[in-house]
Every structure is written in C-alpha cells, then in structure tokens.
Design a protein around this ligand. Structure first.
Ligand code: NAP
Ligand code: MG
Length: 501
C-alpha cells in the first residue's frame, strides 16, 4: 500500500485565533509540537496565557451579545453544515496533519477521525433549528412556556488523543445552540484545530464566535477554567485535572461538564464467539495506541476459555503492524509523547512488581533509523492480574491491557464495578438475557454488547462515577449548552388578589 503524503519537513507556524484574526500571543511566546513518530519539530505555535485568554473571552462575549445573537437558527445550521463540507473536502490534508501531530496511523485519521468530525458538524447543523421550548399545562388563567436559550460564553479544554474530533464534539453542539466558544487544545496537538479555524472563517461564522487559544494547561487552561467571564466550562482529559477544573469553576459557579478517564471492563463469557471476542479485545485496547478514555483495559475472562482466548489474543497482538504512521498498512503508530511512553513503561515495571505476567509485548519495537527517536510501544498484555492491582485500577492510557479471570457472574459484576471509573464496558456472550442483565448491572455510561468502541454523533457518550458528568453527542449534548427559562403570562387581565383588591 502507498504512503500518505507527509506534511513538509520544515516546521509550520501557527498563531492564536482570537476575534476572527490570527494573532501572536501578547507575551510573544511560542512553543513547539513534535511529530511523535520521529521526534522532529512539526510546528511552532503561539503560546496563549492569561492575557490572551482575557482577550478571547472578551471577544466571545462581544460576539455572543452582538452579531451572533442576531443570526437565525437556520443560518447557524447552514454555517455548521458548510463547515462539515469544508472539513470533508480537506479530509486528506487534515488526516495527514493529525497523523503528523498525534502519531495515529493514517488509516485511523483518514477513515475514522476526520469523517467523524464531518459527521458531528453535520449532525448538529440539523439540530440548530430544532431547539425548542414547551408549553406547560398550568392551572388557572395562566399561560406558561419555556425558552431554551444558549448558556453564553463556553470555555472548552480538550485532550490530545482525538484532537480534531474532541474539538468537534464540543464545538458542534455549542454553536448549534447559539453559544460562543474559547477553546484550548492540548499542548501536544494544536495543529489541526488551528487549521479548522481557517475553515470556521470560511464557513462564515462572525468574528469572536470561535476563539482558539493553544497553550499549556497550568497557565492558559487554568486561566480559562477560572475565568469570571465564562458561563460554562467543558473539559475532556484526566480525572485528576477534571477535579481541578471543577474546583476552579466552583468559585464562580460556572456550569461544568466533564469527560474523564476510564478503566473499562471488557468481559468474555465461555459461550462467546471467541474469534469475535478476540477481535473486540484488540479493538478495545490497541485502537489509537490505547489512548482512548473508554479503552477496554481490563479484560475479564471466564476461566474455562482462558487458554484458548489468550493464545489467540497473543498471536494476533504480535501480528499488529507497528511503525510509520503515514503508511497505509500501519496499524499502530507511536504514543503521543515521550511522557506518555515513560508512563506506560513505568506501568510494565509496576505490573511485574505486583506479581502479574507480561504475557505479550512489554517494550518498544525495533524500527528503522528514521523512527528511533519516536515514542513507539508494542501491543502489551498482562496476565495473572488481580482487579485490586494498580495496573487494573489506574488509567495507563497506552496499548496495555490487564487480563483477569472469573468463575461466576455475581463475582464478575462486583469486580467489574470495583473501580472509581464508569465510562464504558463491553460484554461478549451469545446469551441475550445475560447480555442485557449485565447492561443494567454495570455502572457505566456506555455498554457494548458483542462489539466495542462504537460511536455515532447521534448517540450519547459520557461517564458514571469519576468518569465525569454530562453527555456529549446526541440530543443530550444540547442540554449541556442550553438553559431553560420559564415564562409566566396572566390571561385573566385581573389583579392577583392575594392581599385583597
Ligand atoms: P490532562 O492533563 O488532563 O490534559 C487534558 C487537557 O487539560 C489539556 O488541554 C491540558 O493542557 C489541560 N490541562 C492540564 N492541566 C490543566 C489545569 N490545571 N487547568 C486547566 N486545564 C489543564 O491530560 P494529559 O496530561 O495530557 O494526560 C495525562 C493522563 O490523562 C493520561 O495518561 C490519561 O490517563 C488521561 N487522559 C484522559 C483522556 C480522556 O479522554 N479521558 C484524554 C487525555 C488524557 P496541556 O496539554 O497543555 O497541559
Ligand atoms: Mg498535560
């Protein structure tokens, strides 16, 4: 198969996008983002800090109260739809840049990430004209109705694992509902979002409606989350930082939605189609180098199928093509950063210390010269894991899964729920009563039955417990970006009379 066009070797330059213009940071500072496959600098990017966040929030406020508020729902929908078409027309370029900045294989950026971005903008374009209030049958000579209004200026902070897609999950419903946005991408992956800013201009969104402020979490992110001028903050990332965001927002009682970590159980019963379950385990943990919040990172195996499953799983994991992410045949690219690679290696040591077995993988692969400085890691399986071990409790965020065996269903459900997280869960069985029983018993926001990592713009996604609160995608996302106003109207034309007439 052919290699995708790699972006040019010389570093690219990006500025902040504030009030419809590309501008340098007030401080003049910049930072660089590497290509994780080679370690070479991909781009130099303006670094936003508090002063730039202030500017962006002010621009978003002006837009919210000004031009944007005069634009009809239909026109908001048309702009979103135009944006979806512009993104679609640039699929190849955006996919190549996503792969260069994040390291994910081109087959994922081109056939999953960018098409899903298109799908999300398209889906929410349709919602713009369908956000409605209701009339309430109140007693007496009264008319009561509700208005569903935008929340206002939204601060959005996103991670690096699906850079453009996480931006789309957040921008699309916010804009459909008539909000304005200040968005901070992750420092590791600012590039495609700044390319999107150009398309946002082209789609006709008025200046200040969307502002993009790349920078660091501790500075730009913290300033945004704590800003008095925002009405809502939406965050996707680690549970640890999610708690910091909630604390910062609490001081101003800013509305918050959080999409956080996970440690999903992926459960294989003895009656499952084992080949199908193995493919689901692979999809669950090796997709996107395992850098997925809903990854199936705890595989629970019915003891009776342990050997058969593990033999097949190992054989297939070892066949995964790891390497040059621009090559269409590559199935796994590098991890996003040196820091993530070090974290994953650290967990391999922890697993061994805890008494688990490194059953497959466990180290970086040998690759050609050009990729020696890349952040690659092999697909890795830990066996003989107990659910209480750190590798089964902590989010590793790499191509590393822990295999735990079980004997009976009650014990299994207890263990599956024995985690601080509750984002997703998978089950493999041919018994439909067991499958649906399980779907009710497991405390998680998304359940996959005989499948894994399925998403659609129309289907809600979000966590239970410390995996966060709020649901993105689907009609539920509109609840995050609208507020309800109740309006009472007297129809009698008479004084109220309670204190006499
Ligand atoms: P992270 O620190 O939670 O980063 C997510 C976003 O929050 C980034 O834009 C980050 O900016 C920003 N941020 C960091 N500190 C902040 C603060 N004090 N105030 C406001 N914003 C802040 O995640 P990470 O460090 O990149 O990755 C660490 C771990 O988080 C991973 O190993 C994984 O377990 C988890 N994670 C989960 C998800 C998910 O989808 N659930 C996604 C990514 C990571 P900077 O990147 O510029 O610092
Ligand atoms: Mg970070």
């Amino acid at each position: 198969m052919s290699s995708a066009q790699a972006p040019s070797e010389t570093p690219r330059h990006y500025q902040l996008f504030i009030d419809g213009k590309f501008v340098d940071a007030e401080s003049g500072k910049t930072f660089t983002t590497p290509n994780p496959a080679t370690g070479e600098t991909l781009a130099e990017v303006a670094e936003a800090d508090k002063a730039d966040i202030d500017k962006a929030v002010q621009a978003a406020r002006r837009a919210f109260e000004g031009k944007w508020s005069t634009i009809s729902a239909r026109d908001r929908g048309r702009m979103l739809y135009k944006l979806s078409q512009l993104v679609e027309s640039k699929t190849k370029e955006l996919a190549a840049l996503e792969t260069a900045d994040n390291g994910k294989p081109i087959r994922e950026s081109q056939y999953i990430d960018i098409p899903s971005v298109v799908e999300n903008f398209e889906y929410f374009a349709g919602w713009a004209t369908k956000i409605e209030g209701e009339t309430i049958p109140v007693p007496g000579q009264m008319f009561n109705y509700t208005l569903r209004e935008p929340v206002g200026v939204c601060g959005q902070i996103i991670p690096w694992n699906f850079p453009l897609l996480m931006a789309a999950w957040k921008l699309a419903p916010a804009l459909a509902a008539g909000n304005t946005v200040v968005l901070k991408p992750a420092e590791q992956t600012p590039v495609t979002i700044l390319e999107l800013a150009k398309l946002i201009q082209e789609a006709g969104f008025p200046e200040g409606v969307v502002n993009i402020v790349p920078g660091f979490g501790e500075t730009a992110g913290a300033a945004l989350a704590a800003h008095k001028g925002i009405d809502k903050v939406a965050f996707t990332g680690s549970t640890e930082v999610g708690k910091m965001i909630a604390h910062a927002a609490a001081d101003n009682l800013t509305k918050v939605s959080l999409e956080l970590g996970g440690k999903a159980p992926n459960i294989v019963f003895a009656d499952a189609d084992i080949e199908q379950a193995v493919s689901g385990a692979m999809m669950g943990i090796f997709f996107n180098q395992g850098q997925v919040c809903c990854a199936g990172s705890r595989i629970f195996l019915d003891e009776r199928v342990k050997d058969e499953f593990l033999d097949r799983f190992k054989a297939r994991a070892e066949k995964i093509v790891v390497g040059d992410p621009t090559n269409a045949a590559t199935q796994m690219g590098p991890q996003v950063s040196e820091e993530q690679l070090a974290r994953i290696k650290g967990y391999c040591d922890i697993a061994t210390e805890e008494g688990a077995t490194v059953f497959a993988g466990g180290c970086s692969p040998q690759l050609e010269e050009k990729f020696q400085k890349g952040f690659f890691f092999q697909p890795t399986i830990f066996s003989e894991v107990k659910n209480s071990m750190r590798v089964a409790q902590e989010e590793i965020f790499g191509p590393v899964t822990s295999v735990i065996t079980f004997k009976d269903e009650d014990d299994l459900v207890r263990q599956a729920n024995d985690t601080i997280y509750g984002l997703s869960a998978g089950i493999w069985t041919r018994d439909i009563t067991r499958a649906h029983r399980f779907a009710k018993q497991v405390h998680a926001g998304v359940i996959w039955i005989n499948t894994f990592n399925m998403f659609n713009a129309a289907s809600p996604f979000g966590g239970y417990k410390q995996s966060g609160y709020g649901r993105e995608m689907g009609r539920h996302a509109l609840d995050l970006y609208t507020q309800v106003k109740s309006v009472w109207v007297d129809l009698s034309g008479k004084p109220i009379g309670w204190f006499g007439n």
